[in-house]
Design a protein around this ligand. Structure first.
Ligand SMILES: Nc1nc2c(c(=O)[nH]1)N[C@H]1C(S)=C(S)[C@@H](COP(=O)(O)O)O[C@H]1N2
Ligand SMILES: [Mo]
Length: 288
């Protein structure tokens, strides 16, 4: 049977990249993990619009054709869900019980967000850009209906690699991955890359939404004690893909194959230990 995403929850779909079946560093779209909080919204590209407003000089309403007609940028980027690996925690925590496959790598293309923000003319007082998806739902601790939405600091929003992605691996986005348009924030945890975008707003206050201040946050030590901050850049991380956990190996030399990524930085090197960390040897990097 052809490889498929490994379903973790059926509805909404949360499914993992079957890493052992991925050869090469670009993940085929059909195997690219899916992280959905709510049902996939049914969007008709003929009536879909993207509004750009809030603290801007000239609010915009864009069609998919208008975005397609703008200069496009193409880049390779890794997305990892912040919950990746949660099922391995010694002390169980609530949330989707991901194994190691809530990570994948694709080629993305679309319109640099900075070009759209320039057209709209963002006010000098803006500190964040807020992105809203078309998907709607509720959570046990938030029974009122809400859209999935996130705020992004202005500096990252203006980075040339932050794009309104229209394509993934050379094809239009699939509904699962955010068709017709998603935000793509390279180097940051997947949560920043809002799918099914319908609204963009410039804001002069920090966004207070549920997925910004309740979920996808970490506790950090600050001068004033502990503070809760939204997740941003991905931490450096590596995973062994082959051999599989628990696999029986024959005698002799073994090849170990895996992945490593480092947020906004490139990976400098990966070291491997086969004796519980007493000695380390350098590995060979195969891809970008
Ligand atoms: N509108 C919307 N955008 C979203 C989400 C969502 O549930 N709704 N999930 C986020 C999370 S937590 C992750 S990890 C990525 C996953 O992107 P993918 O499903 O294309 O792999 O999408 C992000 N964007
Ligand atoms: Mo995520």
């Amino acid at each position: 049977m052809a490889a498929q995403r490994r379903i973790v929850t059926q509805s909404p779909e949360n499914s993992e990249t079957p890493l052992a079946d991925v050869h090469g560093w670009v993940t085929p779209t059909r195997l690219f993990f899916v992280r959905n909080h709510f049902d996939v919204p049914q969007l008709d590209v003929a009536t879909w619009r993207l509004s750009v407003g809030g603290g801007v000089a000239k609010p915009l309403v864009l069609t998919r054709d208008e975005l397609d007609a703008m200069p496009q940028r193409t880049l390779l980027a890794t997305l990892e869900c912040a919950g990746n690996g949660r099922s391995f925690l010694a002390q169980k925590v609530p949330g989707v019980q991901w194994a190691a496959g809530a990570v994948a790598h694709a080629e993305w293309s679309g319109v640099p967000l900075c070009d759209v923000l320039e057209l709209a003319g963002v006010d000098d007082s803006a500190i964040e850009i807020v992105f809203e998806g078309a998907d709607v739902g509720s959570e046990p601790d938030h029974p009122e209906l809400m859209h999935f939405a996130r705020g992004l600091p202005l500096a990252k929003a203006l980075h040339r690699d932050t794009i309104l992605a229209l394509r993934m691996n050379g094809e239009p986005l699939t509904p699962s991955h955010g068709f017709p348009v998603r935000l793509l924030v390279p180097g940051w945890y997947g949560v920043a890359s809002v799918k099914w975008l319908t609204r963009i707003e410039a804001s002069r206050v920090p966004f207070g939404g549920y997925f910004q201040t309740v979920k996808y946050t970490i506790k950090q030590n600050a001068a004033s004690g502990q503070e809760i901050v939204p997740l941003g850049e991905m931490a450096v991380k590596s995973e062994i893909v082959r051999p599989f956990a628990g696999e029986a190996l024959g005698w002799g030399k073994q090849r170990v194959f895996g992945l490593a990524w480092a947020g906004e930085e490139p990976v400098a090197k990966v070291e491997l230990s086969a004796d519980g960390g007493k000695t380390w040897r350098e590995t060979e990097l195969l891809g970008p």
